[in-house]
Design a protein around this ligand. Sequence first.
Ligand SMILES: Cc1cc2nc3c(=O)[nH]c(=O)nc-3n(C[C@H](O)[C@H](O)[C@H](O)COP(=O)(O)O)c2cc1C
Length: 188
Amino acid sequence: MHMTTTAVIYHSACGHTERAARAAFEGAAELGNAKLIAVETIERHWDVLDDADAMIFACPTYMGNVSAAFKTFMDATGGRWIEQRWRDKIGAGLTNSGAASGDKLQTLLALVVFAAQHGMVWVGSDTMHDRATGLNRAGSYVGVMTESSDAPVSVDNPPAEDLETARRLGRRVAAWAGRLRNADHDAA
Ligand SMILES: Cc1cc2nc3c(=O)[nH]c(=O)nc-3n(C[C@H](O)[C@H](O)[C@H](O)COP(=O)(O)O)c2cc1C
């Protein structure tokens, strides 16, 4: 069976989103190949995205939306959009912000629309909101929201429960990438 590849492409100015992106990468790596790509290095890594079965988009929420650095990446995909080169790849998203809400939903919806424009198939988070464990404490299902409470990045920030929620998204995305690839194989 062919191993699938999930690429996690992220922007992180201060390291919080990077920790969440890394957790998603580790979750994806449990079930297939995974790549972790900082958006600043994208010019060296377009081929990784083009060849990937799935992508997880990860960025901080700035002014209630994707950060400018991430939007620069999004806009740079215009040529690929025209060719629909990423059609039928799986897409998913996560965002970190300082506040509990911080209007993070707007960021995730921007990522959903971006994926839809590319003809990608969106996979949300299936981790249930659980007050006891803190998993998916934001109660977000369209994608993963992590919260850094306006405090510096540390081993506890974003907290472990947020990172676990992100790890589960990565694993789920890789699982769906495998299912989709097998379905393609069966149809061929
Ligand atoms: C220009 C700017 C805008 C921001 N806007 C928001 C916001 O709308 N909501 C929020 O909760 N936090 C906001 N923040 C805080 C960031 O979300 C937070 O610093 C970031 O997620 C940390 O992630 P990073 O360490 O990966 O850079 C903003 C920060 C900056 C610098």
